[in-house]
Design a protein around this ligand. Structure first.
Ligand SMILES: C[S@@+](CC[C@H](N)C(=O)[O-])C[C@H]1O[C@@H](n2cnc3c(N)ncnc32)[C@H](O)[C@@H]1O
Length: 294
């Protein structure tokens, strides 16, 4: 069943950080009059309006990944295009390319290692699972034998992105989307080869993120791969996100991300900074996969 935005009851999710009923009323109450015209202009853009209405939502992330400007009253499309070209936005898009690239690499290497079992790729939380979809499209086109051997699983607590993901991937039978809580151990399947998690850690405290990483680690096969990212703070984007969207994120350095992954049991942790500079892109392994023990 699909839901329209109007009949969608907001869930209590860590990425929904907005608390005020009305942002302009709060700005007025706080005497931040200079932000009112900025607010008015930004709300013509579909990207900014979604960010303001639903903080760090799956639609916001997917709009960044799709990179197709849209908005209201003519000017909205222009504002949207400008926002999609900002350094912070381009950097966020790079985590999507990281995910697609590293899932493909992991699937190919697992396939080349000659495992007789199906290769299982999990995205948690998946939002709109565009990275998994694009990997499936590439494999289907270029490596049909490998494609036949991969199963994709997406987990999210919100049925709306799950329905949109089902629609997006309807031509690929190897997809399975489940409504489950990423913060509960029983939501995770076992025997997974690749896990990707984007845009979630930013909304979790260190303690919650450590627990989440432990669950991902337990769910992986020995030698399985974990693909993730962390955001660094960009002063201007963070100011606008806080003031206009009440978006409060946990920013982490490459060292902090590495320490958390290491303490959760991961080995062979590799981090790189994306070319724009606000994302740390990470790949880690669960030991025991032939030469990579903890
Ligand atoms: C910013 S999106 C990230 C999704 C996707 N990985 C991406 O990069 O677009 C956040 C998603 O996390 C989901 N979410 C938040 N808390 C969750 C939880 N405890 N369990 C499962 N999904 C959750 C939301 O429903 C939303 O779809």
């Amino acid at each position: 069943m699909s839901h329209s935005p109007s009949d969608h009851v907001p869930l209590q999710l860590p990425n929904r950080t907005r608390r005020s009923e009305s942002i302009p009323r709060r700005l007025l109450a706080e005497g931040k009059y200079h932000l009112l015209p900025v607010y008015a202009l930004l709300t013509t853009s579909d990207l900014a309006r979604e960010g303001i209405r639903n903080s760090g939502s799956f639609r916001f992330a997917d709009h960044v990944y799709r990179n197709e400007p849209s908005g209201r009253y003519g000017v909205g499309r222009v504002v949207d295009r400008v926002l999609l070209r900002l350094r912070g936005t381009r950097s966020m898009r790079n985590r999507f390319f990281h995910s697609r690239r590293e899932i493909l690499r992991a699937v190919r290497e697992t396939g080349a290692a000659g495992s007789a079992d199906q290769i299982v790729v999990l995205s948690v939380p998946c939002g709109i699972a565009r990275d998994l979809f694009e990997v499936a499209e590439i494999l289907h086109r270029d490596e049909p034998a490998l494609y036949e051997n991969v199963r994709f699983v997406g987990i999210d607590l919100d049925n709306e992105p799950l329905d949109l993901s089902r629609e997006l991937t309807k031509d690929h039978p190897a997809f399975d989307f489940r409504c489950a809580d990423a913060l509960k151990a029983e939501s995770f399947p076992v025997g997974v080869d690749v896990i990707v998690s984007l845009g979630f850690g930013e909304f979790l405290s260190d303690g919650m993120l450590y627990d989440f990483y432990r669950r991902c680690h337990s769910s992986l096969n020995n030698g399985g791969r974990f693909i993730t990212s962390a955001s660094r703070r960009d002063r201007i984007s963070d100011y606008l996100a806080r003031e206009l969207a009440e978006l409060y994120a946990h920013y982490r350095s490459a060292e902090q991300l590495t320490d958390l992954l290491k303490s959760a049991g991961f080995v062979k942790i590799q981090t790189t900074r994306d070319e724009v500079g606000f994302q740390t892109l990470a790949v880690a392994e669960k030991g025991g996969g032939g030469g990579g023990g903890p």
